[in-house]
Ligand binder design. Sequence first.
Ligand code: GAP
Length: 430
Amino acid sequence: MQKKEDNLMEKIVSLCKRRGFIFQGSEIYGGLAGTYDYGHFGLALKNNIKQNWWKKFVDNRHDMYGIDAAILMRQEVWQNAGHVANFADPMVECEKCKEKFRTDQIEDKNKCSVCCGRLGEAKQFNMMFQTKVGASDDSSAISYLRPETAQGMFVNFKNTVDAFHPKLPFGMAQIGKAFRNEITPRDFIFRVREFEQMEIEYFVREGDWEKYFKYWKDEMIEWMESIGLDMSKVHELEVEDGDRAHYSKRTVDFEFDYPFGRKELFGLAYRTDFDLKNHKLDYIDEEKGEKIVPHVIEPTFGVDRAVLSLLLSAYNEDDIERPFFKFNPSIAPVICAVSPLLKNKPELVEYANTKVFAPLKAEFGRVIWDDNGNIGKRYRRQDEIGTPYCIVIDFDTLTDDTVTVRDRDTGEQERVKVENLKEYIQEKIN
Ligand code: GAP
């Protein structure tokens, strides 16, 4: 089995469309740039990533508080967070064809790469989508689609402290949509205008920030490894002064070797007390009897970039260049497919359905029924979507209550007792 890097993005994009993972947004009307729709298997993969993240960083901890804040917030949130003034990319427009470019992404700052026309003056383009709340047309109705989930946590800091009385250090976590009016959305789901983030704001005493920065860096690495990212393609980048976001005193980006270059995957920032201070929020340490403004360590993960880097990590081709995804069982959209050897033999179908498919489906959810075509074709179809196990019910099953379990990666088959199937699959997931 060898990995093919040639035209990798084209192959992934095409496979994702053909097998129902990811589609261009508004495709039947010609597409809307920077938007993608997740089909059944892509959505399953995305949900598994999010659930896995939530389990590690929220459910398995005692110091993390979840939140699901409204996307629309008052404009003061974004004014005080500094986004109205600072959340902008430098942009130039071609005077001839009107094509727009991000100045930091072009080599020739004077000549248009599309029509060779002259490029105009660079200006700052604010990436927040502005909207109006309610029927009023005056400026007080202005709101924004949030460009980061983080602010939904900061504005609920006081609510969380009042409701749960957490002791420092503690964190807030949120998974949700974010929107950025990117000047040049590109590279499939890498840079889009509507995406999802999984973010943590971890509140610490100022003197502890370095300790927790290191701690969260290790946690992020551990999670990336656990979902099956190709860690040989993940690199840390210390972001220099001048390149960091307006709120950050230290940022480490985790970059990934995408086929289109080494670019940001996730980030870790030391946001200091910038946000809480700007929202005029503080924390009373009851034991010490003091009022402080906690400092913040922020591990941030883009869900869509997690999906893309996982697709790239899992993509493989067999000896005759047929693609398959080698997803970890814990993250695969489908954990197993159940097949009666022949679909026109009612006794096989009945057994497969009632004694294998129904109980496994009830237990794991991510189980599908596949009785289309011959067994070879079924295996092939499941390999393409990255199903780790195919279970076949044959005539021997009717007499000895065993089934064949075929392993995607080795092609090997073993007989497993039907009564042991649940534990067998659970062990593989673990
Ligand atoms: N709260 C901090 C924050 O939003 P960011 O580095 O601007 O930091 C966090 O974004 C993560 O969101 C990135 O590391 C990336 O994974 C993802 N992300 C950012 N812009 C994106 C876009 N246009 N399309 C897809 N994912 C994006």
